[in-house]
Design a protein around this ligand. Structure first.
Ligand SMILES: [Zn+2]
Length: 321
């Protein structure tokens, strides 16, 4: 059970204090700075001294590449179990317990990867890792490890009120970002040569909702946090670019649900395994989904998001990743 009312806006990250900032590559995140922020920061500081968690609203962000200036030299190697190097800075114990539980589930599904995972609570400044101060938010990026070695970095800024309220987004964002890591494993083109937003983000968004449903007993996240933001009129080529304002990836989620309506989410996984890039993706899509991208776009403009849900996607425990 969650202590807040869904009627007040459900699990939306775009509601209340939370504002999703669509970002890509070198876009700069603008941090909210206001009296409320200062007050809450002071309260957090006071509460943290007495070992109590406090709430702190900050804009969230998600992006698949923060730096993107160089490609990875080789695909991410997959291991049998969780294999990340953790850079945790003052993370609350309650978050860390949830994190390791969720990552254990995700590693069993998606595999383990030799990546860096950086986490810190949002009341403190983003840390300096490998000699560089990170941008705030939640995202996967390239980065430089020791000796200039290229490393994939999963960044999780911990939002305090999500922790306090046991908000499902605190767990689903781990699933969403780890799916981006998996995408890089199966398709290294995502680093530089594949950038279709609705497929990249819609796949991660559907995965995160399926994760909540299949592992966390949260059944309505897609409906309450994602699809409520879907705009059927936006179905189409404009969703291929990161430059649109797809709130909480609602339209991207709807497009992936529509594409997978017959074959389930397994078909999307199979698509990723075929390693789409910006040149071949439409052809690969038609081969896998038996409909052209243009046909899907046309169909989507006449479909109500309410008719799209997770029920046709299958169960994550039965997927071939
Ligand atoms: Zn994402």
């Amino acid at each position: 059970m969650f202590s807040w009312g869904r009627s007040e806006g459900g699990y939306s990250r775009a509601n209340g204090f939370h504002v999703i900032l669509e970002k890509r590559k070198m876009n700069t995140m603008t941090m909210a700075c206001c009296l409320k922020y200062l007050l809450i920061t002071v309260f957090w500081w006071i509460f943290s001294l007495s070992c109590t968690q406090a709430a702190q609203p900050l804009p969230l962000s998600d992006k698949t590449q923060a730096e993107g200036s160089e490609g990875l030299s080789s695909p991410l190697k997959k291991y049998d179990s969780y294999n990340a190097k953790e850079y945790f800075y003052e993370v609350p114990k309650a978050w860390e317990i949830q994190f390791h539980r969720v990552m254990n589930n995700l590693s069993q599904l998606l595999g383990g990867y030799d990546i860096d995972i950086v986490a810190w609570p949002s009341w403190r400044a983003p840390p300096i890792v490998h000699g560089k101060r990170l941008e705030g938010g939640q995202y996967v990026s390239g980065g430089h490890g020791g000796g200039g070695k290229r490393r994939v970095m999963l960044v999780l800024e911990i939002v305090q009120d999500e922790l306090i309220q046991e908000h499902p987004h605190m767990r689903s964002v781990m699933a969403h970002e780890y799916f981006h890591v998996y995408q890089r494993h199966v398709n290294p083109s995502i680093e530089e040569a594949f950038s279709v937003k609705w497929l990249i983000e819609g796949s991660a968004a559907v995965f995160e909702s399926m994760y909540l449903r299949d592992f966390e007993q949260v059944d309505d996240y897609a409906e309450t946090a994602q699809l409520r933001h879907a705009v059927p009129d936006d179905f189409g080529a404009r969703m291929e670019s990161y430059g649109n304002g797809d709130v909480n990836y609602g339209t991207s989620t709807a497009m992936v649900l529509l594409a997978c309506r017959e074959g389930g989410f397994q078909r999307m996984l199979d698509f990723w395994k075929r390693q789409p890039n910006n040149t071949n993706w439409k052809q690969l899509f038609e081969e896998l989904f038996h409909v052209s991208v243009e046909q899907l776009y046309r169909e989507g403009q006449h479909v109500s998001p309410k008719t799209l849900d997770l029920s046709r996607m299958g169960n994550l425990r039965q997927m071939r990743f």
